[in-house]
Design a protein around this ligand. Sequence first.
Ligand code: FAD
Length: 436
Amino acid sequence: MRVYDIAVVGAGPAGIMSCIRAAQFNRPEGSGLASHSQSQKNVILLERNNCIGKKILLSGKGRCNITNIVALDEFIAKFGRQGEFLRCAFSKFFNQDLIDFFKAKGLQLKIERQGRVFPTTDRAASVIEVLNKYLLESRAGLLYNTRVTGIEREGGLFKLFSEDGRLLNTKQIILATGGRSFSFTGSAGDGFAIAGKLGHSIAPLMPGLVPLKTKETWVRELKGLGLKNIRLTFKAKNKKIVSNVGELLFTHFGVSGPLVLDLSSSVLHLLAPRGGLIENKEVILEIDLKPGLGPKQLEERLLREFGIAGKKSVKNVLKELLPQKFAVVFVNLLGIDYNKRANQVTKEERRSLLNMLKSLRLHITGSLPLEEAMVTCGGVSTKEINPRTMESKIVQGLYFAGEIIDGSAPSGGYNLQQAFSTGYLAGEQAARAKNA
Ligand SMILES: Cc1cc2nc3c(=O)[nH]c(=O)nc-3n(C[C@H](O)[C@H](O)[C@H](O)COP(=O)(O)OP(=O)(O)OC[C@H]3O[C@@H](n4cnc5c(N)ncnc54)[C@H](O)[C@@H]3O)c2cc1C
């Protein structure tokens, strides 16, 4: 049976980059990607689908937000407790390196709000085209429609098994099988089971960047309505957990939208089962619908609006402050007859209106399942991976790259950069290894 130097499992951004870098690494200086040398590694990339990067095609709503231009420390901070683990990988291959990597193959990029980088084509498919070009030039082997089901270590080699039985032998292996969300793209969590069998601890898997469910059912009436420039504050036991300004989208089960997705990872652990018990903390979402106005200023504005309105209905006055659809639901929640005339609204009613505009409360009961989350939180424990090489501290010659590793960031291009950076480092280090 053929013995490879390096086998990479999974052709997502992490695996693709690992493969390109591993195949490229030992070439003589200046030889470029297209030429070969005696020392070039014998590398193979295995993918269960019939093409590379299915998840990349979905990313950034089909536009692929490949990275972010924020500075290194800010980038690292986005990954929270796991951020420092990534410092070496980011220092080796960071956002500008990734931008240059794509530009070198003619893909022009643009920077959008909050430093997000996209291809100017606005098509994730252009990213895939470039990656395919690099893979072709790398001359690494590519085996599609091959699902790796097991890995065993024997006599200094790794034996890889697929659904059809024994597949191949390899000296080094890079596991880049992704997380467990959007499993129809191929990442169904196989890598966690494989790593677990090889002796690795897997930090509990939880949804990250995921819509949230609410106890309140009135949200259904607002399904599809988006609110911009509002402040969301999550609280548990009256203590603030996290807060920020951005966009929210009402859904038939609760809330979604960019800001909800980003903040979701900060609150989900409070609702999740721990050691067989549900922590059962009540998580409250407070929505400040007018974050630009302090309570005093908002009161003056309300007095003005109601003063001018006279015989107009409350509902019509509120349309000046809220989207029409929302105004009706809002008045109902306040328990005010929405046909009541503005000049008949009592001081008490105006006060509760003010309070609700500044702090509309929703009870969070959970989230959509991991399958529907944009990223998987948890994964192979970073304590068991060498951050300088991405090699396992438990099994020599085993490397990890991408979302399979514990830790994730909010949206903004951070997660793809993590995949490309850890892939680059793992590929290079696997190629450097003495026995490869
Ligand atoms: C809808 C959506 C939009 C997103 N948008 C963005 C964005 O714009 N910017 C951003 O930074 N992040 C985004 N993300 C997150 C980002 O896509 C992931 O973090 C990233 O793809 C992880 O890369 P990966 O290579 O580790 O894993 P994946 O991309 O999941 O790739 C893993 C690969 O391994 C293969 N595989 C799995 N098991 C096996 C096996 N047993 N044998 C062989 N092959 C196997 C899979 O088929 C897959 O091709 C988005 C995610 C989703 C779901």
